[in-house]
Each structure stands twice: as structure tokens, then as C-alpha cells.
Design a binder for this molecule. Structure first.
Ligand code: B12
Length: 333
């Protein structure tokens, strides 16, 4: 049993982080359950202890201070803590049924699980479908159960075009859609671009769900965008062009794999930025990529040359070209 000396969330936070660092499942659960015993509300334990600790884990991973294995171990501990809190506080549902799901290809299930558990605490009758739910399966589930709403989670902005297709598929079932997660921008601005209701976190989501008609679709003119369609068609060619310029003989097999993945992220983020017609999406991605690559000692001039190669191919793509040129200085920042 870990001694929980501090009865406040702020006081317990450093100890909780230490448990994540040590992959100390029991210690982390002890802290969370002790806080509940001391009267800290369960939603605060989930949103103000577990959630920020996971964001910190992400920072350590991005800065190459933690390996993927350490991140996985810590995330497993957090998942066990969420399960322990949920098992300790078991409110009877008093409100309508809602479904919470991650979009196809979305593996960040823990953020969605936190939202699901906090909504459960707020009385909603929650069905949590977990990570990467294929749209056709989600749609048939909605037809079958006809919930009050479906909440769709997405963490990666580059997945926004896929997110919109899933949103549209869900809407065709007449079940209102509410979205959330980092993908939609810190202030939900890309959800607004997609014309879909958004909530910053679970507490905000509960308030939106209590509003009678929150999902009112509006204009999605970008769907006719030839530049977006052209970028989708050029994806493989852009990656191949960039690879051709690299001296791959000097790369180890894992480095080749990582490079191909990174080139895919570049093209997909550029495509998503064009999709929502917002250069800041690509700019934020480039700043993030700079942190990740620089902390792994990847030479950033290689990325700069990749942007030049892509911009050269994208002569007939004015926005994509401008986004590439506009974001390049961020590599040096
Ligand atoms: C754990 C983790 C993983 C795990 C997820 C396991 C799991 N069971 O969830 C695994 C290993 C699978 C993973 C994979 C990847 N990850 Co990851 N991951 C994380 C990490 C460290 C923690 C996630 C978490 O639990 N966050 C805590 C929650 C609470 O935070 P949150 O997302 O902000 O959620 C709040 C709100 O956004 C909102 N919310 C969230 N979802 C929803 C949904 C609805 C409906 C509503 C209303 C609200 C809402 O409410 C939440 C509570 O307040 C984050 C770091 C971070 N900052 O989140 C990176 C992070 C999200 N991952 C990242 C990346 C890059 C990846 C990969 C691409 C890595 C790779 N090269 O493979 C893959 C992509 C996989 C995929 N296709 O989905 C980046 C994304 C960067 C970016 N700019 O897009 C992050 C930010 C790490 C970083 N700092 O660089 N990851």
C-alpha cells in the first residue's frame, strides 16, 4: 500500500507520476482510491490527476525522454486506475443511453474512456465501444440501439477527413453526433469547420448532451475541393519522390520504416490542413514534428529538403504549396 500523505490532488500528483514512472500499478490505484476516500470527487481524480499525468507522459515521449515501452507501461497503469475508480464509484444510470467510440484507425482509447467514465458519473447510461471502431459496424450498432447520441473521439488532426466521413455516416442514422479530442483543435475550431458539435472535455460534453438539439449540420463546402482530392491522389507519389532524394542505403531498416511513416504524417497533415482550409493545422504539426525529430537527433535540413521536393511537385496546389512554404521556418525555430 502506497502511503497517500497528501489528501489533495495537487499534492498527490507528483507521487502519481512516480508510480507511472515505476509502472507501479498498485501504488497508482492506492493513490486514486485514497483520494476518493478523502472525499475528492471521482471526476476530478479522472480529469485532474489521470488526464494531466497522461499528457505529461506524452511530453516525455515526444522529447525522447521516455521510450515507447515506458509510455505503454504508464498508459496501462492509468487504464487500471480508471477501471479501479469506475469500480469503486458505480452510479445507477438516471439519464439516456449514449455511445462513446473512437473512430476507425484511432487507437487513443484512454481519452475516450475518461470521457465515458465521467459521463457515467453524471448519470448517463454509457456504452463504451473502445478503440478504432470501423464505421459500418458503428453505424449498424447505432441502428440497433438508437441512443440519445454518439460521441466520437479523435486525437490526431491528420485523421480529420476520415473523421468527417464517419460523422456523416453516423448522422445518416439520425443519431446526433458530438465530437471531441485533440484532433479538433484546442478550441474546437476544426469541429466548427466540419460543422459538428464539439466539447472540450467530459464535463462540457454532459452539458451539450443535455441540450435538446445540439447537432445541427451546416455547410461543408470543402467537400467539393479539387485540391484536397488531388492531394489524396498524389499521396504515394509524394512519399516516393521524397524517398528518392534520400540516401536510404545509409539508413537502418527501422530508420527506413520510421522515415516512411514520417513522410506519411507530413502528407496526411498537409492534406488535412487543406481539407479544413487552415494553414495552422499544418503549422502546429510541423512544430510538433520538429520537437520529436530534433530530440531524436534527426537532421532537420532533411525535412526542409523534403518540403522543397513536395512543393515542387505541388505547383498546381496553391494552398498546399503555401502551407509547406509557410511552415518551413518552424523547422528552424
Ligand atoms: C497513450 C498514448 C498513445 C497510446 C494510446 C493507448 C490508449 N489506450 O489510449 C498509443 C501507443 C496507442 C498511441 C499511439 C500513437 N500516438 Co499517442 N499518445 C498517447 C498519450 C501519451 C496519452 C493519451 C491520453 O491518454 N491522454 C490523456 C487525455 C485525457 O488527454 P486528451 O486527449 O487531451 O483528452 C481530453 C480532451 O481532449 C477531451 N476528449 C478526448 N477525447 C474526447 C472525445 C469526446 C467525444 C469528447 C467530448 C472529449 C474528448 O476530454 C479529455 C479529458 O479532458 C498522448 C499524449 C496526450 N497529450 O494526450 C499521445 C499523443 C496523443 N500521441 C501522439 C502520437 C503522434 C501517436 C502516434 C502517431 C505515434 C506513432 N508514431 O505511432 C500513434 C497514433 C495511433 C493512432 N492511429 O491512433 C501525439 C499526437 C501529436 C499530434 N500533434 O498529433 C501525442 C500528443 C503525444 C505527443 N506529445 O507527441 N498513443
Amino acid at each position: 500500500m502506497t502511503a497517500v500523505l497528501d489528501r489533495t490532488l495537487d499534492g498527490a500528483y507528483p507521487d502519481y507520476l512516480r508510480c507511472l514512472d515505476d509502472a507501479d500499478e498498485t501504488g497508482a490505484i492506492d493513490i486514486a482510491v485514497a483520494l476518493l476516500d478523502y472525499g475528492v470527487p471521482a471526476d476530478r481524480v479522472l480529469l485532474d490527476l489521470v488526464a494531466p499525468a497522461q499528457a505529461q507522459v506524452g511530453e516525455w515521449w515526444a522529447r525522447n525522454e521516455w521510450s515507447v515501452a515506458q509510455e505503454h507501461a504508464a498508459t496501462h497503469v492509468s487504464e487500471r486506475v480508471v477501471a479501479a475508480v469506475a469500480a469503486t464509484v458505480r452510479p445507477r444510470p438516471s439519464r439516456e443511453r449514449i455511445v462513446v467510440a473512437c473512430l476507425d484507425g484511432e487507437w487513443h482509447a484512454l481519452p475516450a474512456r475518461l470521457v465515458a467514465e465521467v459521463l457515467r458519473l453524471d448519470g448517463w447510461d454509457v456504452t463504451f465501444l473502445g478503440a478504432s471502431v470501423p464505421s459500418p459496424h458503428l453505424v449498424s450498432y447505432l441502428h440497433r440501439h438508437d441512443p440519445r447520441a454518439v460521441l466520437l473521439a479523435c486525437a490526431l488532426p491528420m485523421r480529420l477527413p476520415h473523421a468527417f466521413r464517419a460523422i456523416e455516416a453516423c448522422r445518416r442514422t439520425d443519431v446526433p453526433v458530438l465530437v471531441g479530442g485533440r484532433a479538433f483543435g484546442a478550441d474546437g475550431r476544426w469541429a466548427r469547420k466540419l460543422g459538428v458539435a464539439w466539447a472540450a472535455d467530459a464535463r462540457a460534453a454532459s452539458a451539450v448532451l443535455a441540450t435538446p438539439a445540439f447537432d445541427v449540420p451546416h455547410g461543408a463546402s470543402f467537400l467539393d475541393d479539387a485540391e484536397y482530392a488531388g492531394l489524396v491522389a498524389a499521396r504515394v507519389e509524394l512519399i516516393d519522390l521524397a524517398l528518392d532524394r534520400l540516401d536510404l542505403a545509409r539508413y537502418s531498416p527501422p530508420q527506413v520504416d520510421a522515415t516512411v511513416a514520417d513522410l506519411g504524417y507530413i502528407v496526411d497533415s498537409l492534406t488535412a490542413a487543406v481539407y479544413v482550409d487552415d494553414a495552422t493545422l499544418f503549422g502546429e504539426f510541423v512544430s510538433w514534428m520538429r520537437t520529436v525529430l530534433a530530440s531524436r537527433k534527426v537532421p532537420l535540413q532533411t525535412v526542409g529538403s523534403t518540403f522543397d521536393v513536395m512543393a515542387g511537385r505541388l505547383r498546381d496546389f496553391p494552398r498546399a504549396r503555401a502551407y509547406l512554404r509557410g511552415a518551413a521556418p518552424r523547422l528552424a525555430a
